[in-house]
Design a protein around this ligand. Sequence first.
Ligand code: 5RP
Length: 233
Amino acid sequence: MSTSHQKTSAAIAALDYVQDGMVLGLGSGSTAEVFVRKLGEYVAEGLSIKGVPTSERTADVAREAGIPLIPVDQADCLHVTIDGADEVDGHFQLIKGGGGCLLREKIIAHASDLMVVIIDETKLVGALGEFPLPVEVDPFAFTLTAKKVYDALTRSGIERPDVQLRRKGDGLAPYITDGGNYILDCACRTIPNASATDQALKTIPGVVEHGLFLGLARVVIVGEDSGARVMEL
Ligand code: 5RP
């Protein structure tokens, strides 16, 4: 069956974590968008929630779906964030940022009481790193920052990483995040020690944030052909 069917079953299962009155972090990417559209159907039937989107794109989809949004600085608390991921390992460690929204996604996930991750089964991996790790950097001196990122990845045990500036569809202009930053996509093949990589990247001044989400997800819902498999830590 298709990954699209799997994404839909994961998104529907995530609705079990939503209750009336909640403030929800709304993730980004195609799987999160399926969830947002399903949530909109429940809102139309009377569910009362408020959403805090993690990207401009998700904000647009949520508005289309009829979900009331509040500005993030008016959210006293965030009960649950539901988001997708590019890779998830057996310890619920994630790579995110394929869609370029990792900074806002991480801020919202970190501020939430619970992060629920929804994925199709292709995202479940034995070891992180086949998906290139996105690192969001300040445009100022990004070439110098890219060298520091290479060094940090190498120091944390990644052999010969390939660090590339993400570009727009035209292949020329740099891709710009919602926060006005660049993204370095770092092909690592495998990340042997995600905590060491996390720590090493954090020490670089030009790095705004990176796509390793460690210790944030408590629930992972995997869409499979036979339905949704819910895993809780
Ligand atoms: C965006 C993300 C997405 O959650 C991730 O890229 C997965 O997207 P999709 O559900 O389209 O596969 O981190 O920054």
